[in-house]
Write a protein of this length. Structure first.
Length: 353
């Protein structure tokens, strides 16, 4: 126990090569080092367990992390987004999660080891009128790391104040470009100048309130359309954010017919996805999926609304265990939702001999 505590005290996941190799698509270029909650012993223990589940395939009583889709509605139509493609095909339904459903999820998970939640999947979370109440409730139940992604288009000063007061730990603004022409081609239906001002309003509001949270992150999906802006992206947003990250473009379900990759994809013959030991996704329709990027819900483990099993039973269920074994045996390509995935460490299906 002494060695474990010592490890947790000194552990820095950003310097963990073994863990970073599992998440090679993800790059932090500006890092906030004053986030006090990250120095708490319980948070460090959680991040150590996050690493161990990924690398050693430790099975916990309950997922460490849940992606909870509080709404499937979005006001934008970004061309690289799986939601956009499915809307165009008439295969998407806009729904809102009820507050009672959310509370039920937290009430089950918090006592069993749920440490983190991401309050969105393929929708714009701020369109759920109960979002601030959801954040406050999760924090009241002891969830250590409550975060969400947003396109930033609906932010104003009053909402910013409510979010800061809610206890949210992290907010990630997905922005993708620093020029009007490129931004509005990627973030379809958004106006560049308006979004920039709204993100600045959030930052200025947090500073005015002298709050340390939420940590503000600005993120770019690097694609052929915007890759040349990466260096200036950091300079542009640096004064108004704590962290800046780049993620590589991924054709998440194969529906995007445009080649947006900035570099050649790698074949990966020894792959076991960490997500299978770390997290699950609760979609707004009740479907529980193994992967937050599975917009087509091809690897659905159960339904939270219609079936008797709770999340614990789904987490321990046969379907997820079979998927884990296939990944460990280098046969992930036999799973429809995983075959060809380039979300983490490149392609899965081996080259034919």
């Amino acid at each position: 126990m002494k060695d474990q505590t010592k490890f947790a005290d000194n552990y820095n996941e950003e310097n963990d090569d073994e863990l970073n190799q599992l998440y090679a698509h993800y790059n932090v270029v500006k890092k906030n080092v004053s986030a006090s909650y990250r120095n708490l012993p319980e948070y460090k223990e959680y991040r150590k367990l996050w690493r161990d589940t990924a690398v050693q395939h430790i099975k916990t009583e309950f997922p460490l992390h849940l992606d909870i889709e509080v709404t499937s509605y979005c006001n934008l139509a970004c061309p690289m987004c799986p939601r956009t493609h499915r809307v165009e095909l008439g295969k998407w339904e806009n729904r809102m999660m009820k507050l009672d459903t959310f509370k039920k999820i937290i009430d089950e998970g918090a006592p069993k080891g749920l440490k983190a939640i991401n309050l969105n999947n393929f929708g714009e979370s701020f369109y759920n009128k109960n979002l601030v109440k959801m954040i406050t409730y999760a924090k009241s139940k002891g969830v250590l790391d409550v975060m969400l992604h947003t396109n930033g288009t609906v932010m104003d000063e009053k909402l910013a104040e409510d979010v800061v007061n809610s206890g949210l730990d992290r907010i990630i603004f997905s922005l993708d470009s620093i020029s009007k022409e490129i931004y509005e081609k990627i973030r379809v239906n958004a106006k560049f100048e308006e979004t920039v001002e709204k993100v600045k309003i959030f930052y200025k509001t947090r500073e005015k309130m002298k709050a340390k949270k939420p940590i503000i992150r600005v993120s770019m999906v690097r694609m052929k359309e915007n890759d040349h802006e990466a260096e200036n992206f950091e300079k542009f947003w640096g004064p108004f954010t704590d962290e800046i990250t780049y993620t590589d473009y991924r054709n998440q379900d194969g529906l995007d017919k445009v080649d947006r990759y900035t570099k050649e994809r790698k074949q990966n013959k020894s792959y076991a996805c960490p997500a299978l030991w770390q997290r699950m996704t609760v979609n707004v329709g009740g479907e529980i999926t193994a992967c937050c990027r599975d917009a087509g819900k091809r690897l659905t483990l159960g339904n939270y609304n219609n079936e008797k099993p709770n999340l614990t039973e789904i987490w321990e269920g046969k379907k997820l265990e079979e998927a884990r074994k296939l990944h460990e045996n280098k046969k992930a390509y036999l799973i429809d939702a995983c075959n060809g995935c380039d979300h983490i460490r490149g392609m899965i299906k081996p080259e034919s001999n």
